[in-house]
Ligand binder design. Structure first.
Ligand SMILES: *Cc1c(COP(=O)(O)O)cnc(C)c1O
Length: 428
């Protein structure tokens, strides 16, 4: 690959206004970054690359490889089955849950790391439906976004297919306009609604629901909320407890940097735990697994969500990420994310809008998820050229580019350079 940073720019920023942001301004914004130590705790991107794909796969914690190697040599090979006696093996799911809980605005005993997002969404949706119907058996409707992430839609469609008419769906049309989304939600609520499953941040537009407000409205209508936090956890502030949110699932491998295949984070508000058996009772979610009783008795709290044996190696990778997160104040990460995403939008406005690049994500930072989505002339061709120039973004066909912003690893100057390369990648 050629060195993208030194490529001549075919599109100098003609007509730049004197109050436009400059590259030097971006460098100044990065000076004294309080998260510099966090940036150093991740493997650097390949030379010349700018990775704006944390919405797909977050960066690799530097310590992860040593950790996994030590675990394999000292514990797996060195202790064989005796390693099951190590607390970090069997208690990994709870320890990880507790470590990431502050990023979700949750208590340590309200989060557990297990399964993947899809499986956990299914387990929590099924549980939430049983909780809702125990209160009011007439509530049979699940509300979800018609244009939501496929897996969320598939989970619901599968449940309805197998529910023999006892469950119905009501879909919301997706829009990047927060007011239109709010109005659509209000129109969908009613006395038959059991659970509302929403992706906190839309995977395409980057629209972000206001959790406290939505929870208030759903609760007023007698329903429960289940949040998919895939595009917000680790990027923007989330206050599950303070919002009285009911259930949530976070994706472990995106902004949280838990590595490919990282377990999902499941959240159940304390007072909603232990109201019924978990969806999938399994031996390690038993109150006393080592008694090997045939009769199931759920463990108390989030431990009941652990079905069978946990992915010990993957949990070690995620624990390396948790350690990096533990050295910083989440508020500092969210503040940096806000500064980065607002800077990116300003740069796109000032430098790319006149070349036909259109912002899709909300301008209101409080209603924006972890990424910034743009519509680009040239679609896939532009995306390919941008990738060849070392900017790793994700394309949603035909012409939407998503620029995922990882506050731990991205600098303001990276965004300036990424926009420069975008200008060079547009059709001429
Ligand atoms: C990435 C993503 C998932 C991932 O689901 P997995 O089961 O972990 O593959 C789920 N929901 C949304 C909205 C996502 O963006």
């Amino acid at each position: 690959m050629n060195a993208p940073g030194r490529m001549p720019s075919n599109r100098p920023d003609a007509a730049a206004r004197c109050d436009d942001l400059t590259r030097e301004d971006c460098v100044a914004l990065d000076a004294g970054d309080p998260l510099a130590a966090m940036r150093a705790a991740f493997m650097p991107a390949p030379e010349g690359w700018i990775c704006l794909d944390a919405n797909s796969l977050g960066a690799c914690p530097t310590a992860a490889a040593d950790r996994v190697q030590a675990l394999m040599q000292q514990q797996w090979a060195g202790l064989r089955s005796q390693a099951w006696g190590l607390p970090e093996w069997l208690e990994g799911p709870q320890r990880l849950g507790a470590a990431f809980a502050p990023l979700l605005g949750a208590r340590a005993d309200e989060v557990v790391a297990a399964d993947n997002t899809t499986t956990m969404l299914f387990k929590l949706l099924d549980y939430a439906l049983r909780v809702a119907q125990a209160r009011d058996s007439a509530r049979r409707v699940v509300v979800y976004e018609a244009d939501g992430f496929p897996t969320d839609c598939h989970v619901i469609q599968g449940m309805i297919r197998h529910a023999d008419g006892r469950l119905q769906a009501r879909t919301l049309p997706t829009s990047a306009d927060p007011q239109a989304m709010d109005a659509a939600l209000d129109a969908a609520l009613g006395p038959d609604v059991a659970v509302v499953l929403l992706t906190h941040g839309d995977y395409r537009s980057g629209h972000r629901w206001a959790i406290p407000d939505v929870v208030r409205r759903v609760h007023a209508a007698g329903g429960l909320t289940l949040w998919d936090l895939s595009h917000t956890a680790g990027a923007v502030p989330i206050a599950l407890d303070a919002s009285r949110a009911d259930f949530a699932v976070g994706c472990g491998y995106k902004y949280l940097c838990g590595g490919p295949g990282a377990p999902a984070l499941a959240y159940i508000r304390k007072d909603l735990q232990d109201l019924d058996w978990p969806t999938l009772p399994g031996w390690l979610g038993h109150a006393d697994p080592m008694a090997f009783a045939c009769a199931y008795e759920p463990a108390r709290g989030m431990a009941s969500l652990i079905g069978g044996t946990m992915p010990v190696l993957q949990n070690a990778v995620m624990a390396a990420a948790a350690e990096v997160w533990s050295i910083v104040d989440p508020a500092a990460v969210f503040a940096k994310h806000r500064s980065l995403s607002s800077t990116l939008i300003r740069l796109l406005d000032e430098r790319a809008a006149r070349h036909g690049v259109e912002l899709i994500s909300p301008r209101d930072a409080d209603r924006r998820a972890g990424h910034v989505a743009i519509r680009c002339p040239g679609g896939a061709t532009t995306a390919d050229a941008l990738a060849a120039a070392g900017v790793i973004a994700t394309l949603r066909r035909p012409d939407v580019l998503r620029l995922g912003i990882s506050a731990p690893t991205i600098r303001h100057v990276d965004l300036w350079d990424a926009v420069s390369r975008l200008l060079d990648s547009l059709p001429h």
